[in-house]
Design a protein around this ligand. Structure first.
Ligand SMILES: [Zn+2]
Length: 435
């Protein structure tokens, strides 16, 4: 096959940021940081602190003297403004990325591989028999010539969200090296446990003190997301009656079988694999059971709060109907809120998305306004009073051993952050206040 010519960067700035970004990204993904749904504390897994310490050391080395890893596993730091308060208000703008990786694919021992100038073919990774096939991952076709980063095949890559972490650190290093560039005060936060829906739980919004913030945790080039799912978790617990099977006639009540009946009775068109766009779903993500006791763990999602509540009623009704056939069994359904759709909160402060659009355009890109079939730290932070839409990172196929990222796009994300800082110093945004 003829050699493919390398894909261009989105700007000279992005090109200049790429080597430093790739170096940081490679170091951060090697630190295993999976969060743990069963972990009680914050962070949910101690390994996330390993990356927190690396980031604080990097931030201190850059000269951000207030960099700190707090008791809950959140790393914070401040990049002081270069504009003067004598010339008007100095906005405080937040930049946020999450340190944890998904518990849904192996995340320890990540060894990234850089595939220079991707040729458009199948990428066979050395471990786990993992193949990135453009016939299955259509997006790869749009990335011929890009420098792609993958795992070695037996772990996720961790671009979600270490591409965001690396983009922020790279942008900060660039801004520090260029004090002549106007910038507002930038507050940085690196959060634990985003992947298990707890990324904002111990976030110190007041201490952060920002007017608004951006998570750098999206995917596709130019993406700006200001709408997320509203989310709840539904836990179904079934108590059966265990009896030795040899003496079970007329006595045994098998909780595991009831759990299987419930899962089978849930509407099969209301699943993540059968819905798209703005449709919501009920996702059964774990079933554990014995004859005595079974637990079905589900997540419920919709952009519309009333429809989300209706999905909860479907779950409750299905459980009630199945268990009603076995009066000796007991079942409970516990539905707890996880995060709300950020849209209504972000809309109250339109400057936050306007500034992001300008920054994306300044990088030569068309802003891609999309809604996220998922949530971000920004969903909860927006509801907590910190409007926080989401910016792209250049990572793709998250939560999978096929996860990959484009160096050109990650560099574009870092460059967009640099430009965003400048946008917030322009007269149109500098004096913005929140209602
Ligand atoms: Zn993420």
């Amino acid at each position: 096959m003829a050699a493919v010519s390398p894909a261009p960067f989105t700007s000279p700035l992005a090109e200049s940021l790429a080597p430093g970004l790739l170096e940081r990204f490679g170091r951060y993904v090697r630190v295993g940081t999976q969060s743990d749904r069963d972990g009680e504390g914050s962070p949910s897994s101690a390994r996330q602190l390993d990356l927190g310490r690396v980031l604080v050391a990097d931030l201190l080395a850059l000269g951000l003297d207030d960099a700190v890893l707090d008791a809950d596993g959140y790393a914070y730091a401040t990049l002081p403004a270069t504009i003067s308060s004598a010339d008007g208000p100095v906005p405080v703008i937040g930049l946020i990325a999450h340190m944890d990786t998904s518990p849904d694919a192996p995340g320890d021992g990540v060894e990234p591989i850089v595939h220079r100038a991707y040729d458009g073919g199948r990428i066979e990774l050395p471990r786990g028999g993992t193949v990135l096939d453009p016939d299955e991952i259509a997006e790869l076709r749009d990335h011929v010539g890009h420098d792609l980063v993958t795992s070695s095949g037996d772990t996720l890559l961790g671009a979600d969200d270490k591409a965001g972490v690396a983009a922020i650190l790279t942008a900060v290093a660039h801004l520090l090296a260029h004090p002549e560039l106007p910038r507002p005060t930038l507050r940085l936060a690196f959060t634990p446990d985003e992947e298990i829906g707890r990324g904002a739980h111990r976030f110190d919004v007041e201490g952060f003190g920002a007017l608004c913030a951006y998570t750098v945790d999206g995917s596709e080039l130019g993406e700006l997301q200001d709408e997320t799912f509203s989310a709840t978790e539904g836990i179904v617990t079934i108590e059966g009656h265990e009896v030795h099977p040899g003496f079970a006639t007329g006595k045994l009540v098998n909780a595991a079988r009831l759990a299987a009946e419930i899962v089978a009775a849930l509407p099969d068109d209301l699943t993540p694999e059968r819905t798209s766009g703005r449709e919501g779903f009920i996702h059964v993500y774990e079933v554990q059971g014995s004859a005595a006791h079974a637990v079905i763990r589900t997540i419920l999602r919709d952009f519309d709060d009333e429809l989300l509540a209706a999905h909860g009623e479907v779950l409750r009704r299905t459980v009630a109907e199945v268990v009603a056939r076995e009066p000796r069994a007991r079942a409970t359904v516990e539905i707890t809120p996880q995060y709300p759709n950020m849209r209504s909160f972000v809309d109250l402060f339109p400057q936050v998305t306007d500034a992001a659009e300008l920054a994306i355009r300044a990088e030569g890109l068309d802003p891609l306004r999309t809604s996220i079939r998922g949530g971000t730290d920004g969903s909860q932070l927006s509801a907590m009073g910190l409007p926080t839409p989401n910016l792209f990172t250049g990572g793709h196929e998250f939560h999978s051993v096929r996860e990959w990222a484009s160096v050109q796009e990650m560099a574009a994300a870092a460059a967009t952050v640099v430009r965003l800082a400048e946008v917030w110093t322009t007269p149109e945004f500098r004096g913005a206040t929140r209602a």
